[in-house]
Design a protein around this ligand. Structure first.
Ligand code: DAH
Length: 368
C-alpha cells in the first residue's frame, strides 16, 4: 500500500511540474487530491486496515497529500508569475519610437521661411546675420540716421513712444541722461542696427538684420502696425553704387527666379545719398505689362516692374554719427531695407497682409 502511495505521489508530482496552465493544474488537483481520488480513498479506508498497517499507510498518505498540495501551490505561483511576465512583455511601450500624433506635425510659418531664404542669399555672399532691440532710442532710430529734427517720421502719429515714467530707474538715454518723453520708442525700421553694428565693429562690415518693426497705422490689406524687415549694410573700401546694383540684382534673381531683371530708380531716404528704389521685372507678365490675353497686368499695374526695396549709398552724415574708424570723408558703403511680408506676398501671390497673423491653418498649410 505504501508503495502504491509512493508511485501515486511520483506520478502526480511529474504531472504537476509539467502542467501548462491553471486549468490543467486544477484538473490534476481533482484527479490526485479530489474527493474521489485514489489517495483520498486510501486515507478514508485507514480504519479498515490491519492495525499494524494503519500507522505507516496513514503517515505515507498524509505526507503525500501535503507534499502534493505544496507542489500544486508552488506550480500555481510559477504559472501566475509567468503569465504576468508575458502580459508585461506584450504591453511594453518603446518610448524611443516616434509617436503617431493626432494632428500632423507642423512646419515653419511662411514669414519665417521667407526670412530664412533672404538670410541665406546674403550669407551666401559672406554677410553675417545680426539682430537688434525692438525697443530703441530715438537717437538710433532717427537722429543718427540723419532724420533732421521735425522730420515727419519722428511724429507721434507715426511711432509708438514708450512713456519714460514707466521705464526702470537708472535707464539712461544715449547721452547718459534720464530719457525724455520721446527718447524711447518701438523701432520703426531695422535701420538703427546700421549704426549700432558700426559702433560695435570696424569696417569692413557686411551684415543683414532681420526683425520686427512697429508703426502707428491703420489695419487693412496692406497696412499693419507691426511688420518685419531685413536691413542690409555693406561698408568697405571702394564699395560703390555698382556693387549695390549687382548685389541686389543677385538677391532678386535668387528670391524670385533667375530670369528676373532689376532696375534702380531715384528715391529719397534721409540716411542714404543717393537713394534708390529697386524694382524687379514683373513675374506675372515678365515685364511686358500685358497678360497673355492682352489685358493690362494688375500685379504691376501695366508697368512691367514691381518695387521690392529701398536702398542707397550710406549718407556721410551717418558715418559722422558713428565716428571712430568710419571717417565720413573716406568711408563708403551701401544699405538696403526690404519688407519680409512684401517679399512673401509677391513670391506667393498673397493678397492680404492680415493673413500672416490670423493663424488660420487653411492659409498656413499652403506653405509647408
Ligand atoms: N528704413 C527704410 C524704411 O523702413 C527702408 C530702407 C531704405 C532701408 C533705404 C535702408 C535704405 O537701409 O538704404 O522705409
Amino acid at each position: 500500500m505504501v508503495d502504491r502511495i509512493e508511485s501515486l505521489r511520483a506520478e502526480a508530482s511529474a504531472a504537476i511540474s509539467a502542467a501548462p496552465d491553471r486549468a490543467a493544474l486544477e484538473e490534476l488537483r481533482v484527479r490526485f487530491l479530489g474527493r474521489r481520488s485514489e489517495l483520498t480513498g486510501i486515507l478514508r479506508g485507514i480504519s479498515e486496515l490491519e492495525p499494524s498497517e494503519r500507522g505507516p499507510v496513514g503517515a505515507a498518505a498524509n505526507a503525500a497529500r501535503t507534499a502534493l498540495e505544496d507542489e500544486l501551490a508552488a506550480r500555481r505561483e510559477a504559472l501566475d508569475a509567468a503569465e504576468i511576465e508575458r502580459a508585461l512583455e506584450g504591453e511594453a511601450i518603446d518610448v524611443t519610437l516616434p509617436g503617431t500624433p493626432p494632428v500632423a506635425p507642423g512646419h515653419l510659418h511662411v514669414l519665417t521661411r521667407t526670412r530664412r531664404e533672404i538670410e541665406d542669399v546674403f550669407v551666401g555672399l559672406g554677410y553675417r546675420v545680426l539682430e537688434g532691440p525692438e525697443i530703441e532710442h530715438d537717437f538710433y532710430n532717427f537722429t543718427a540716421l540723419n532724420h533732421p529734427p521735425g522730420h515727419p517720421a519722428r511724429m507721434l502719429q507715426d511711432s509708438f513712444y514708450i512713456d519714460s515714467t514707466t521705464l526702470p530707474a537708472g535707464v539712461l538715454n544715449e547721452r547718459g541722461l534720464p530719457p525724455g518723453p520721446q527718447d524711447v520708442l518701438l523701432r520703426t525700421h531695422t535701420s538703427p542696427m546700421q549704426v549700432r553694428a558700426m559702433e560695435a565693429q570696424e569696417p569692413p562690415i557686411f551684415i543683414v538684420v532681420p526683425g520686427t518693426v512697429y508703426r502707428r497705422d491703420t489695419i487693412d490689406a496692406t497696412h499693419l502696425p507691426m511688420f518685419n524687415q531685413v536691413e542690409g549694410l555693406a561698408v568697405g573700401e571702394g564699395i560703390s553704387l555698382t556693387d549695390l546694383a549687382g548685389t541686389l540684382d543677385h538677391a532678386a534673381k535668387a528670391l524670385f527666379g533667375p530670369e528676373r531683371r532689376t532696375r534702380l530708380k531715384p528715391d529719397y531716404f534721409p540716411f542714404t545719398e543717393p537713394s534708390v528704389q529697386v524694382d524687379v521685372s514683373c513675374f506675372a507678365c515678365d515685364g511686358s505689362g500685358r497678360l497673355a490675353n492682352g489685358e493690362r497686368d494688375p500685379l504691376c499695374k501695366g508697368t512691367g516692374w514691381i518695387e521690392i526695396l529701398g536702398a542707397g549709398m550710406v549718407d556721410p552724415n551717418v558715418f559722422g554719427f558713428v565716428g571712430g574708424e568710419y571717417d565720413p570723408e573716406t568711408t563708403q558703403g551701401f544699405a538696403f531695407g526690404m519688407g519680409i511680408e512684401r517679399i512673401a506676398m509677391l513670391k506667393h501671390g498673397i493678397p492680404d497682409l492680415r493673413l500672416f497673423f490670423e493663424n488660420d491653418v487653411r492659409f498656413l498649410e499652403q506653405f509647408s
